[in-house]
Every structure is written in structure tokens, then in C-alpha cells.
Write a protein that binds this ligand. Structure first.
Ligand code: 13P
Ligand code: SF4
Length: 324
């Protein structure tokens, strides 16, 4: 497992160029308390790449993209998992490690994609397209996953679709991700009109302006951006793929066309790279704070539960993805 936890006292030196000193007093108190509570509760914190640096570097035990968090959740031995990310990520952790207590620091940390589709919608689509397999992005509820043949993330969507060996799939619910993946696979993809409210805001004009102002800059975009944005980026990839690209290639200047905390976190690990930051905040990811993580461990709330009527089928769709 990746462990990034360091003592709270040493933390500020690590994040000082992304967190103003004036804010630090508040964070340090909560970070110390969380480190103590984790030991008392035998808990681990899994944090998504969009979590703020004081969470990502200060208290998280495992960090990564949705795919890595799902894989790591399956392996957790500790009694308690706190998922510093949005609700579908906590639900996926519970599906994959049902014996553990999985806590979300804020049950209102949703996702516009997960909110865009219901299990009834999936059943209706299946009826419209009999025999066509349903590939569902992990950014969905367990009830929607349960209606699906297999899940995917932005990091493995091409592999998942190619593994099916068919020439047509239904891919839900992110229309842009589906259209971006269709271009890479040659498989016909029936889409749903879901959008990420963060990534849909970027336009090709934004990229043109960044390039004009920063000649030679490398532009990396998340595939939840429109196909028009992806077409003018140097690479489209999951949050982990963007982070790995910067770590491996050390570009002089880079723009990560995605959520704001991503650049903060990758910048901490890559001090020689200059980040141009045309970012958009995810209001759902930003509901998770150090104070709420602390409260979550103090009160052991809010526990994530999954309707037993959908849990087995949803688990099957996620496990089928992880087996690829
Ligand atoms: P990743 O799987 O690339 O981390 O993306 C998750 C997400 O919610 C992006 O908006
Ligand atoms: Fe959902 Fe978009 Fe936020 Fe990711 S960035 S959690 S896809 S709303």
C-alpha cells in the first residue's frame, strides 16, 4: 500500500508553497487529532487525488484515482475505512470490503454524474437495446452498478470495453467520456447525457489561450472533458495517469485540465515543474475537510451502507472490472 502519512508537525514544510501560513494553525490541530484517532479506531484514510493538500499529504494513508482507491479498499486490513472523496467512492469501498466499517465525512459529497442516472433509466436503455452490454462508469450509485454488466473508470475504460469483444456497448452515464473512449476503441457506443459539472466547463478556447500565453506548455486533460477539449490536449488520462505523466516526464510547464487540488498535490511532489492552473473546483469533493474527517472519526459517522437488494449485483460489476 502507498503510505503518505507524515507527522503533523513536519507537515507544513511539505505543503508550505500551496497552503498560506495563516491557514495552517487551524489545519495542524485537526491533523494531529486525526492521526491520534486513526490509531485509536484502527482506521485508514483513503483520499482521492482531488482532496486538498492538507488531507492528501497530512492524514491520508492511501491516495490515488478511483481505480487505485477501489483496488486498495479491497486489501484494507484495518477495521475502519474513511473515504476522503465523494460518495460513490465510499460506496465502492464498502462493496469491495463489506466487513469493514466505511465512513464518509460528508454524505452530501455527491457527483453530478452519479446524480444523472437511475436504475430505472438503465433498465429502460437495456429494453431499447436488447443484448447490448452495459458498461458503467464507477461514478454511479450502487443501484445503477447493479443493473450493469461491468464497471470502468477513466483509467481502464478502453481495456474494459475491448475485453468484451463486441462491436457495440452502452456506456453510462458520462457522454463525454463515452465519446472520447469511442474514438480510441472503434466500438460503437450508445451514450447517456450525463456530464461532470467540473470538466464540462473547459473549452478549446481555454486551451488555445493557455498555449498562446505559454509556448511549449504540456496540456493534460481528464477524459470527462468534451471531445473538443481532449482533441487539443497533448494527452487525456485519469487523475493517476496525469500525475504519473508529470512525475515521469518532468515537463518544464504543464496545465492539468481538471479539478484544482490536483495541481496543488502534483506540484508538491514535482517542485521543478511549473504549473499553469486553469482549474475548476468540484463542490462535492470540497465538502470533505480535515474538520469533517476528524468529526467522522470522533463520532464514527456517517457509516456507508448498501441496500442488500443491490449489493451482490453491484459488487459483481465492480469485481469483474478489477479482474481485467
Ligand atoms: P479518476 O478516476 O480519474 O480519479 O476520476 C474521478 C473523478 O471523479 C474525476 O472527476
Ligand atoms: Fe463528479 Fe466531476 Fe466532481 Fe469528479 S469532478 S466527483 S466527476 S462532479
Amino acid at each position: 500500500m502507498t503510505s503518505v502519512t507524515i507527522p503533523a508537525g513536519d507537515l507544513y514544510t511539505k505543503v508550505q508553497h500551496v497552503i498560506p501560513e495563516a491557514e495552517w494553525g487551524v489545519f495542524a490541530d485537526d491533523a494531529e487529532a486525526i492521526l491520534r484517532l486513526k490509531a485509536e479506531r484502527n482506521a485508514v484514510i483513503l483520499a482521492h487525488n482531488y482532496q486538498t493538500p492538507e488531507i492528501f499529504y497530512g492524514v491520508a494513508d492511501i491516495v490515488g484515482d478511483s481505480l487505485k482507491l477501489a483496488r486498495e479498499a479491497q486489501e484494507v486490513d484495518a477495521d475502519v475505512i474513511v473515504l476522503a472523496g465523494v460518495h460513490f467512492m465510499a460506496e465502492t469501498a464498502k462493496l469491495l470490503n463489506p466487513a469493514k466499517t466505511v465512513l464518509t465525512p460528508d454524505p452530501m459529497a455527491g457527483c453530478s454524474l452519479a446524480a444523472s442516472i437511475t436504475a430505472d433509466d438503465v433498465r429502460a436503455l437495456r429494453a431499447q437495446h436488447p443484448g447490448v452490454p452495459v458498461v458503467t462508469y464507477v461514478n454511479t450509485t450502487a443501484a445503477v452498478k447493479a443493473e450493469s454488466d461491468i464497471c470502468c473508470t477513466s483509467g481502464n475504460a478502453v481495456r474494459v470495453i475491448e475485453s468484451l469483444g463486441v462491436d457495440k456497448v452502452i456506456m453510462l452515464p458520462d457522454e463525454y467520456l463515452a465519446r472520447n473512449i469511442a474514438k480510441q476503441t472503434g466500438v460503437e457506443i450508445i451514450t447517456w447525457a450525463g456530464r461532470c459539472i467540473v470538466h464540462e466547463q473547459f473549452t478549446p478556447r481555454d486551451i488555445a489561450q493557455i498555449r498562446a500565453e505559454n509556448p511549449g506548455i504540456v496540456v493534460l486533460a481528464h477524459p470527462e472533458c468534451s471531445p473538443e477539449v481532449v482533441a487539443v490536449a497533448d494527452l487525456a488520462g485519469s487523475t493517476a495517469q496525469m500525475s504519473d505523466y508529470v512525475a515521469d516526464r518532468q515537463p518544464k510547464q504543464v496545465a492539468l485540465i481538471t479539478e484544482c487540488s490536483m495541481s496543488d498535490n502534483v506540484a508538491v511532489a514535482n517542485p521543478d515543474v511549473e504549473f499553469i492552473r486553469p482549474c475548476n473546483l468540484c463542490p462535492f469533493m470540497k465538502r470533505i475537510t480535515l474538520a469533517k474527517i476528524r468529526a467522522s472519526l470522533e463520532t464514527m459517522t456517517t457509516e456507508v451502507t448498501i441496500d442488500p437488494a443491490v449489493a451482490a449485483d453491484a459488487r459483481r460489476a465492480v469485481e469483474r472490472m478489477l479482474a481485467i
